[in-house]
Structure formats: C-alpha cells, structure tokens
Design a protein around this ligand. Structure first.
Ligand SMILES: NC(=O)c1ccc[n+]([C@@H]2O[C@H](COP(=O)([O-])OP(=O)(O)OC[C@H]3O[C@@H](n4cnc5c(N)ncnc54)[C@H](O)[C@@H]3O)[C@@H](O)[C@H]2O)c1
Length: 327
C-alpha cells in the first residue's frame, strides 16, 4: 500500500483528498500548521472511513531537516498555502514567504529524502486578465494578484528542479462538498457561493456583489466552478500520470462552462424557489473579468473530465449547510 504525504490536508480541499486516497486504499500522512483549519475534518474522516491518518503539526516554512516518517513516502500532494486574493494584496510578504518559501523548503526536503513526485495546487489566478473566452495552459501568464504570483513562482521552482517529477493543477473556482455532507468548506468563508448561501439562509445578511461594470453579459465577473470531488479525482489521475511521465507538466482543471455572479444567484433561486436580494459594491483589487478553463489537455493526458455541474454543487452545499445548523 502506497503512502502519500498531503500538506494542508486538514483544509477544505486537502481533507477531501485525504478521504479520497483512503477510500482508494492509500495510506495518508497529513502535514498542516492549522493556520486555517483544525483537526475536526480529519477526525470526521477517521470516523467515517475507520482508517488511521498520521497527522504532523508543522509549518512548511520551519526547518524540516528532522522531519521523518516511518513509512516510505511515495509522493506529495501539496495543498498548504494561504489563498485569499484580497489578503495577499494587503500582506504580500506573508504570502510570498508562506507560499513560495514553503514550497521551496518542502521541495528541498523531498529531494533530500528521495521523494520525486509532487502534485501542486495552482490556480487560474496565474493567468491574469485576458480577453479570451477560455484559458488554455499556453495562455500567457500575468497574475494580477500577489496570491497568483506566489503560485506562478512556485510552479517555476518545481519546473526548474531537475530529477523532480511534478504536476501543477491550475484549479478554477473550487466549490461543493462530499455528497454525504459529512464535512466541507468553511461555511463562514469569504468565497462567493458560501456568501450566497449565507444570505439565503440568514435573511439579515446582505449579499454583496463586487462590480457590475465588467465586459460580460450582465456586467458581473464570469467564473468556472469545479466540484471538489471532480478536483480530487484529477489529483488521483495526476499521481498515476507521474508513474509513466517524467518532468514538469501543467493542467487546467475546470468544467469549461462560465457563470456570471448573477447567473449563480439565479441558479440557487431556481433550486430553492426564493428570491435572493443583493447589493452592488465597487470592484475588488486583483479580481479578473473572466476565468473559464479549457481542460482538454487534462482530458487527453489524464483521462479526466468534470462530471458534476453547478446544480450538483449547490445541492451538495445546501445539504452541508443544513447539517451545520443553517435553516
Ligand atoms: N479553494 C479554491 O477555490 C482554490 C482555488 C485555486 C487554488 N486553490 C489552492 O488549493 C490549496 C488548498 O486550498 P483550500 O481551499 O483547501 O484552502 P485551506 O485554507 O482550507 O487549506 C489550506 C491548508 O494549508 C494549511 N497551511 C497553510 N500554510 C501552511 C504552512 N506554511 N505550513 C503548513 N500548513 C499550512 C492551512 O492550515 C490549511 O489547513 C491552496 O494551495 C490554494 O491556494 C484553492
């Protein structure tokens, strides 16, 4: 049985990955500093899978020289990072240090310990504002935010280390929860779908839309929303891909379908048969107009394609919010 190290495995996406790996008979070791999570998701996964997860509380920017595991680590899935675009503009040093140095330090540790496979969590924020309908992996990268730059610089590090095999997955907007609704994303998080759901459930919370003067069909930004279960499946396929393919490779991971923010609201209104009021505010720095993926390379080389759509996403999230006491 192979052992995979999952950095940031206590977080939203990492915990779904841990669950998926355990369900597919891998052993999992999690490294997390719990700066944006706690142990609760991993405890829940231990309970529902009845499997052990070794958890190491550690910051990737610390000295990793003494980091040792009993089992041989076959590969690393590296999620640990700070992820807020607006916060990265306010705290650039913290983001560069955590995300870029954290990745460099982890990569050095991996190479020193003869671990040669890393799947890296990248983002469509590496592309910046480009006036094309769908983004391919060869679209010019020009990130508008510090967050996007930390991911691009981390990719370059992984690409430059000879002898390392790495796959960078550029995720579009990740949403949804496992179908059973037993764990999920932070229900109080700042992302748009959690904000829409909160204002649906709590009528006193006003939904804010940042900018309605973008060059899109209704003036609000267009995004590609990918279900977290489809996303972790792409990581699984990336691990397989590295068994036969050497070097560095980038893949876009999205559905190929874009929704404006107003269309998102409308989708939930149709599901719950209720009007959701919102207020238009100023644009936020670092936000791009459109980000929709062309994931045909992942389809061709990873044999991966998103299976879930926006209705599946909302339904899985409604179930999770209800399990968290939202009514
Ligand atoms: N959520 C999205 O829509 C999205 C989109 C594109 C890319 N990503 C990337 O996916 C990854 C996971 O995102 P998420 O939504 O699960 O975020 P998250 O904040 O829920 O999870 C990240 C985890 O990493 C841990 N962490 C952060 N810095 C660390 C450090 N220095 N050392 C050890 N642990 C550290 C946090 O405590 C947290 O548990 C991130 O790299 C993020 O940039 C997310």
């Amino acid at each position: 049985m192979k052992t995979i190290l999952v950095t940031g495995g206590a977080g939203y996406i990492g915990s779904h990955m841990v669950y998926y790996l355990l369900e597919n008979n891998f052993k999992v070791v999690v490294l997390d500093n719990f700066s944006n999570s706690d142990i609760s998701r991993l405890e829940k996964i231990r309970e529902i899978t009845d499997k052990n997860i070794e958890v190491i509380e550690k910051d990737l920017t610390d000295d990793l020289e003494n980091l040792k595991f009993k089992e041989k680590i076959e590969a690393i899935v590296h999620f640990a990072a700070l992820k807020s675009v607006p916060e990265s503009m306010e705290k650039p040093l913290e983001y560069y240090f955590n995300n870029v140095y954290g990745t460099l330090n982890l990569t050095k540790w991996a190479m020193d310990n003869d671990i040669r496979k890393i799947v890296f969590s990248s983002t469509c924020a590496v592309y910046g504002d480009v006036d094309i309908d769908v983004l391919t992996e060869s679209t010019t990268t020009n990130p508008l935010s510090v967050y996007g730059r930390t991911k691009l610089f981390s990719e370059r590090i992984l690409e430059d280390i000879s002898g390392l095999n790495a796959v960078s997955l550029r995720y579009f907007n990740v949403v949804g929860n496992i179908e059973s609704g037993e764990f999920g994303d932070d229900v109080y998080g700042p992302a748009i779908i959690p904000s829409i759901l909160r204002s649906y459930f709590k009528k006193d919370v006003q939904l804010e839309i940042y900018g309605n003067d973008y060059n899109t069909k209704d003036g609000t930004p267009v995004r590609d929303y990918i279900h977290v279960e489809d996303l972790v499946d792409a990581h699984f396929r990336a691990l397989k891909f590295m068994e036969k393919n050497k070097g560095f490779k980038v893949f876009n991971i999205g559905t190929g379908t874009g929704y404006t923010l107003l269309e998102l609201i409308k989708t939930l209104e149709n599901i719950v048969q209720e009007k959701i009021p919102y207020e238009i505010k100023e644009r936020k720095a670092g936000d791009v107009e459109k980000a929709v993926a062309d994931s045909s390379l992942a389809e061709e080389l990873l044999n991966w394609k998103a299976k879930k759509n926006i209705n599946d996403i909302f339904k899985s999230m409604l179930k999770y919010y209800e399990s968290q006491g939202f009514r």
